[in-house]
Design a protein around this ligand. Sequence first.
Ligand SMILES: Nc1ncnc2c1ncn2[C@@H]1O[C@H](COP(=O)(O)OP(=O)(O)O)[C@@H](O)[C@H]1O
Ligand SMILES: [Mg+2]
Length: 221
Amino acid sequence: MIYGSDLEKRYEMKSDTVFALKGVDVSIEEGEFVAIVGTSGSGKTTLLQLLGGLDKPSSGEVRIDGTSLRDMTDAELSSFRNKKMGFIFQAFYLQPFLSLQQNVEVPMMFGSESPEARAAAAATAIEAVGLKDRLSHKPSELSGGQQQRVAIARAVAHEPKILFADEPTGNLDKNTTADVLSLLQNLNRDRGMTLVLVTHDENVAATANRIIRLEDGEVVA
Ligand SMILES: Nc1ncnc2c1ncn2[C@@H]1O[C@H](COP(=O)(O)OP(=O)(O)O)[C@@H](O)[C@H]1O
Ligand SMILES: [Mg+2]
């Protein structure tokens, strides 16, 4: 369960203060597929970053499975994230000089698995996104949709309970968008992974089981 209470985020600028989130309450059950939708600047990315422990609220609290992120050190937070969460973004952030296999292994380097277990988990994750025959290829040899599938494999190879996706189809055309969305839906449905998807696109949001709508830093529905 992901629980955010009275989340505020202020950015103090030279001349004024931007209120990115103005007291947002959300709760997301284990295994849900929720879309956070709103226009550009409404606070979606900020909310995802707070819920995923990538950033800290100015006030308010996030709890994941009963554990508050508030008093964790950066090291504790990053190990907590590594165990429980996976992230994908609009940009794929693949390392150009590494093979697909190596790219997917990177986040697991910080875990406790043996190199053999890591390699096996990466290969399994790449197979699950349909790129089994491309393990030794470099990202530049793939299409955008395929690269995002590798990024998804990297995000889920360690089998996190929660997957956060920020505009995962923002750089993709219509067909590859549909592919990536159905892959994400399968991860939610077949593996019970909680899926929190941020998008400005109403059609993408409509694939979720529930929509949280943001307007100007507030939840409106
Ligand atoms: N690092 C930052 N510094 C200052 N303002 C920011 C920063 N990040 C986001 N904002 C502002 O906070 C608001 C919400 O941004 P964001 O969460 O990125 O919205 P969205 O993802 O919905 O487009 C916007 O007004 C944005 O300009
Ligand atoms: Mg955003």
